[in-house]
Design a protein around this ligand. Structure first.
Ligand code: NAD
Length: 364
């Protein structure tokens, strides 16, 4: 049966990098490597221009009905002054909320050809392949109360609430263990149980889930130590699971060990459907719409294509194809091909040329 993709290119370079996914999907269909149907919608500023909202209800329905949503990027100066509720990012937040995407997967992979571009020494990051699993819908970003109170004496008091319930921890930790089983079978769970009650519960639940996965090595780590270890010896990690706040920080740090924003993919997954076992999923590059280079055809499409590789792997179980696509990305980098963001002053190619070269490797 054909896999249903819903494409949301968004704004700025989102549209340009999505163009390379569309070519790739066309090729996969033509060559009968896989069977995809695609539909395309509007999100962000482009949806606001057309419908006055950051994503229309009709497109939201299509996202809910799709096997995977492939998302480009949203935003840009043109929409800086639109009302808060319909700002471009509201489209992404609604997608995350309505699709119930609680697990954010952020890989940090070091391509050998780019090892010298890292701020760490080559031997520390060459061959790096870690996956940070961040809880995305709970914790201190959403907990109530969340407010600033005027104390009336020239002082104010700000409160954010870090709150987690057992089920939220259980389901995210299970995602991490399931993924570890497809990788090097090692999970670190990062929290601050030494100073936070939410950390105590986090670890209690993680330890209990670990018992269901006796084949996977499990280790607790304090989140501050995790930050230190990520820059000291990142290759000790395989899968790291953590809450929304620590995950936000640790995944950015881990990702940047390996190079440019234009290289970083991500996936966000929901709970498995009780009947089919399929998870709702959205795949997107980490970068934004890059208004400074939008429309010039020079954006790096690798983050977007690597996000699509994650869709092949996690939504469609097309593991060989995902491996081959990731290998093709590494191979063009080995050949010396670079977009401007990773050229380090050398010669560079445009979005389409990079996309075409990756497709050529895939076809070889
Ligand atoms: P950005 O990621 O768009 O750009 C940061 C810098 O990285 C820019 O110099 C840009 O040219 C460069 N860059 C990013 N992706 C690149 C790529 N694929 N190839 C080459 N260079 C690339 O972040 P920003 O400038 O802070 O934000 C721009 C707009 O994007 C804002 O409206 C912001 O709100 C939005 N944004 C959206 C998302 C999203 O859609 N998920 C994420 C972050 C920012």
């Amino acid at each position: 049966m054909a896999h249903k993709l819903f494409l949301l290119p968004g704004d700025g370079i989102g549209v340009e990098v999505m163009g390379e996914v569309i070519k790739l999907v066309g090729w996969l269909n033509r060559e009968q490597k896989a069977e995809f149907t695609t539909d395309t919608g509007l999100v962000g500023g482009s949806a606001y221009d057309a419908h006055g909202v950051a994503i229309s209800n009709a497109d939201m329905q299509k996202a809910l009905a799709a096997d995977a949503v492939i998302f480009g990027a949203v935003g840009g100066p043109k929409w800086d002054k639109v009302p808060y509720e319909v700002r471009p990012e509201a489209g992404l937040l609604r997608l995350r909320k309505d699709l119930g995407l609680f697990a954010n997967l952020r890989p940090a992979i070091c391509y050998p050809a780019l090892a010298d571009a890292s701020s760490l020494k080559r031997e520390l990051i060459e061959g790096l392949d870690i996956l940070i699993v961040r809880e995305l819908t709970g914790g201190v970003y959403f907990g109530e109360p969340k407010e600033i109170t005027d104390l009336g004496n020239g002082q104010k008091r700000a409160v954010d609430t870090q709150v987690y319930e057992t089920y939220e921890i259980d389901r995210i930790v299970r995602v991490a263990f399931d993924l570890a089983r497809t990788r090097s079978k090692k999970v670190h769970s990062a929290d601050k149980k030494n100073v936070m009650k939410s950390g105590v519960l986090w670890d209690e639940v993680a330890q209990s889930v670990a018992k269901d996965y006796p084949d996977v090595a499990f280790q607790h780590i304090l989140a501050d130590n995790a930050a230190m270890q990520l820059v000291r010896n990142p290759k000790q990690f395989d899968v790291m699971v953590t809450d929304n706040l620590f995950g936000d920080v640790l995944s950015d740090a881990a990702a940047m060990l390996t190079g440019s924003l234009g290289m970083l993919p991500s996936a966000s997954l929901g709970a498995p459907d009780k009947a089919t076992g399929k998870r709702k999923a959205l795949y997107e590059p980490v970068h934004g719409s890059a208004p400074d280079i939008a429309g010039r055809g020079i954006a790096n499409p690798i983050a977007m294509l690597a996000s699509f590789a994650m869709a092949l792997r996690y939504s469609f179980n097309l593991i060989e194809l995902a491996d081959k696509l990731e290998w093709s990305i590494a191979a063009v980098l080995d050949d010396g091909l670079r977009t401007g963001d990773i050229a380090q002053g050398g010669t560079s190619v445009g979005t389409e040329e990079m996309g075409a070269a990756i497709l050529k490797k895939l076809a070889a």
